[in-house]
Ligand binder design. Structure first.
Ligand code: BTN
Length: 331
């Protein structure tokens, strides 16, 4: 009955529902309704109560549990199976385990506390409790492993678009898949893949970490210089629940077109370029001990970065990390 009451309050969000009407509908006393309202308030639902007008839902809790995330999810497959853990070592580690146990395509694994978050290039990922968004998606694209590689760039664009729709902020993408606001990192993506002997994809785990409502003092000293949060840049908190649902929706739209075209990067690359903070800038990166520096001229259709070195040579860079970006490019 508690969740039936909640459904009614959600349908009438921001409007009062009369206590009398609830009593009649459920055939119980006012005291019984009040008991359920109090329990919902304790779960984090913001419900105002007025003796004359009844009950009004004014805010949802910002916990990420599966039921709350599923409510309002607008996708067909992505995020339609949700596993929530209050506390976990790494959502990517757990997602890989579930993928091996045949979890379906689109499974979303999320948590409120990640104790050993993993980053790219063997680094760790700082995961602030409840103010960050840490989750992983299990994907089973019917596309060859080679053609699936740009999926990580597609994911960066999807997260960028979701942040823009949810907050109005226009984050930029540092190749291949970091999101930055005012030159500081707000989101990192760790993509892991298992491939069959026939070079098909068995599964892809896409791990996404976003600094959402993180305050300055929550960042470790060494991270503060290079990282920021949506809250710090915008001055307003943002609902992690809405954001994770919007990311699933934006990702699904791009993913469906990508898979339908057997992994054609044209479905996202033109838009990716618009929001690239790397393109047309002088970049420096290290590749197997060698330093490469030049102008980031373009991306080819595999998603590789094309760097024009000072001696005129065009280098195709498939993976790596840009250590410096010079020059300024606005969206
Ligand atoms: C990076 O920029 O180095 C990638 C960071 C990826 C972090 C996310 S948080 C959710 C998922 N689980 C992990 O252990 N890592 C990814």
């Amino acid at each position: 009955m508690r969740y039936k009451i909640l459904e009614i309050l959600i349908q009438n969000a921001q409007h009062y529902v009369s206590g009398e009407a609830l009593c009649r509908q459920f055939g119980v006393t006012r005291a019984a309704i009040w008991k359920h309202i109090k329990a919902l308030q304790n779960e984090g639902y913001e419900i105002t109560a007025s003796t004359k007008k009844g009950y009004c839902l004014v805010g949802l809790p910002d916990r990420l549990d599966a039921e709350l995330v599923l409510r309002g999810m607008q996708t067909e497959t992505i995020g339609r199976t949700v596993r929530y853990e209050d506390e976990i070592d790494s959502t990517n580690r757990f997602a890989k385990q579930l993928a091996e146990e045949n979890a379906p395509h689109g499974t979303l694994i999320l948590c409120d506390r990640q104790l050993a978050g993993r980053g790219r290039l063997g680094r760790s990922w700082f995961s602030p409790e409840r103010t960050g968004l840490c989750f992983s998606l299990i994907l089973r694209p019917p596309v060859s492993a080679t053609n699936s590689l740009p999926m990580t760039m597609l994911a960066a664009l999807a997260v960028r678009n979701a942040i823009s729709r949810s907050t109005g902020m226009e984050a930029m993408i540092k190749w291949p898949n970091d999101l930055q606001v005012n030159g500081k990192k707000v989101c990192g993506i760790l993509t892991e893949m298992s491939v069959t002997p026939e070079a098909d994809v068995k599964w892809i785990v896409l791990g996404i970490g976003i600094n959402v409502n993180t305050k300055e003092e929550e960042f470790p000293e060494e991270v503060r210089r290079i990282a920021t949060s949506l809250y710090l840049e915008r001055g307003v908190e943002c609902s992690r629940l809405d954001l994770v649902r919007e990311i699933c929706l934006q990702f699904e739209t791009l993913y469906d077109s990508f898979v339908e075209t057997d992994g054609d990067t044209q479905v996202f690359l033109p838009q990716y370029k618009v929001y690239s903070s790397t393109l047309l800038r002088r970049v420096k990166l290290f590749l197997g001990g060698e330093e490469i520096s030049g102008i980031a001229e373009d991306f080819d259709k595999t998603g590789a970065l094309l760097v024009r070195e000072d001696n005129g040579t065009l280098r195709r860079i498939f993976t790596g990390e840009i250590s410096s970006h010079k020059g300024f490019r606005k969206p």
